[in-house]
Design a protein around this ligand. Structure first.
Ligand SMILES: C[S@@+](CC[C@H](N)C(=O)[O-])C[C@H]1O[C@@H](n2cnc3c(N)ncnc32)[C@H](O)[C@@H]1O
Length: 453
């Protein structure tokens, strides 16, 4: 017997049953003592950069809803970033077992800024009196009987200047998954037991020939290898799972008065070029024509061109976002939270020991960044620390020249910085924020703190 929800029974029974029996993704709360995990779209630095011109202050009265929070990845990532600040994070899910895992993770971390609600997204309006600044719904809406109704329910509790972080499955990249899902519906037609369905699926996969669509595409799906039976259920046996192309997403969001504002690339090597057809056609006879396409057409074409995008993770909002400009010297350039502070010094060393014009390709985690050494790059990197504004950095560079040397102009320094910034920003490894704002917590801060608890 499933325990009744706090509000009406407004959900798909089979979906809840799955997530009670196979909470996804599987997480061991004990691992919280060593790990911190935060994807780009959950980072407040990325949110500030892509939406609020780097000028959003997160230290007062922020409200975030994690709708379909599951076993807690997003909830924990947000709660850690808001630790000690005036913010409320609400975790909403219809699977009690998934929520227990999320709660246990929060307990191990000593996080007390999360409100736990056992309920359905479709009851959002009834559940919440106050609207949210941020609503995260990652891998959830495509499991609702009527995803548009789910999105509409969430939109009623989103502030006018708020942002949604949504992940939906991508139709072209997941075609092979749907072939196996259809195959398993035939094989399992007389099977009601969930575990026997999983076992049957394992048999099918182990006998699939090389010609099988999933076998050919399996390198892009990590769930079977990483999550075992839970991954198998989620990928191949889900009772309700729909997928979207880029144009589908535009239509889906428009139904609730929203627009997609930024698509994330996760770990794909192309970085922020992933959703730009002009990047794929650069240098070809179609290069100019591709640059004349609308943003939506370019993204739609890029998805088709790539063919291996398996999920779309994007921000959506009612308002038009603003990104900070590297021309504004009141902005502070800083490395993304996963990058160690030591990296500022390493970049300085790389530039200082190389010739002007040398091209570097440096690998940071899975991200490849290519940049060219320019006359003042080593001095710029030497001055950068993640807290100084561009104005302060450029002053420091100019002061480092002796009275007899010719100092670079501000414009020359800006040009050098902008090329360097673009290379790192393309991989979401460097952002800008206004100098009036404090820096947000980094991975290093979080890991150091965990060692001392
Ligand atoms: C694939 S899991 C994703 C969990 C989490 N968002 C993540 O990315 O790790 C989907 C979650 O959505 C929840 N869910 C599905 N339908 C829901 C609904 N109508 N209301 C609330 N939660 C729902 C499930 O219980 C499950 O925990």
């Amino acid at each position: 017997m499933l325990q009744k929800l706090a509000t009406d029974s407004n959900y798909l029974k089979e979906v809840r049953e799955q997530y009670e029996n196979y909470p996804y993704p599987p997480r061991d709360p004990e691992r919280e003592r060593q790990n911190f995990f935060c994807v780009r779209s959950c980072s407040l630095d990325a949110l500030n950069y892509y939406h609020y011109a780097g000028q959003r202050n997160f230290t007062k009265g922020f409200r975030a809803l994690v709708a379909g929070g599951g076993t807690g990845d997003t909830t924990i990532a947000l709660a850690e970033q808001f630790r000690g600040l005036d913010a409320e994070i609400v975790h909403l899910d219809l699977s009690l077992n998934s929520m227990q895992i999320a709660k246990a993770r929060a307990t191990v971390r000593g996080l007390d800024n999360i409100t736990w609600i056992h309920g359905s997204i479709l009851d959002a309006e009834k559940l919440f009196n106050d609207p949210f600044d941020l609503i995260e719904s990652v891998g959830v809406l495509h499991h609702l009987e009527n995803p548009a109704a789910g999105l509409a329910a969430l939109t009623t509790v989103l502030k006018d200047d708020g942002v949604m972080n949504i992940m939906l499955y991508a139709s072209y990249g997941r075609e092979s998954i749907y072939q196996i899902q259809r195959l398993m519906r035939i094989i399992n037609k007389n099977e009601a037991d969930m575990q026997r369905k999983v076992d049957n699926c394992k048999t099918v996969l182990s006998h699939a020939p090389q010609s099988n669509a999933f076998i050919r595409a399996q390198d892009i799906f990590s769930d079977v290898a990483n999550f075992g039976d839970i991954g198998i259920y989620d990928l191949f046996l889900h009772s309700h799972d729909v997928a979207y192309s880029v144009p589908d997403i535009y239509r889906f969001l428009a139904g609730s008065g929203l627009q997609p504002t930024h698509f994330f690339f996760e770990t794909q090597p192309m970085g922020n070029d992933l959703y730009k057809i002009e990047a794929y056609l650069e240098g070809s006879n179609l290069s100019d024509a591709s640059k004349r396409l609308s943003v939506e057409e370019s993204q739609a074409a890029a998805e088709l061109m790539n063919g291996r995008i398996i999920k779309h993770n994007f921000y959506a909002s009612k308002h038009t976002p603003v990104t900070p400009s590297p021309d504004d010297t009141d902005n502070v350039p800083f490395l993304y939270m996963i990058v160690n502070k030591q990296m500022y010094h390493d970049l300085y060393q790389i530039a200082a020991n190389a010739k002007i014009g040398d091209v570097f390709s440096c690998k940071i985690y899975v991200h490849e960044v290519k940049f060219v050494n320019t006359p003042n790059l080593s001095r710029i990197c030497k001055a950068m620390d993640g807290d100084k504004s561009l104005d302060a950095i450029f002053k420091e560079v100019r002061m480092s020249y002796s009275a007899t040397e010719k100092k670079p102009t501000l414009e020359e320094l800006k040009t050098e910085f902008k090329a360097f910034f673009a290379a790192f920003n393309k991989q979401d490894l460097m952002f800008l924020r206004h100098k009036s704002l404090p820096r947000m917590v980094t991975m290093e801060d979080i890991l150091t703190r965990m060692k001392t608890v």
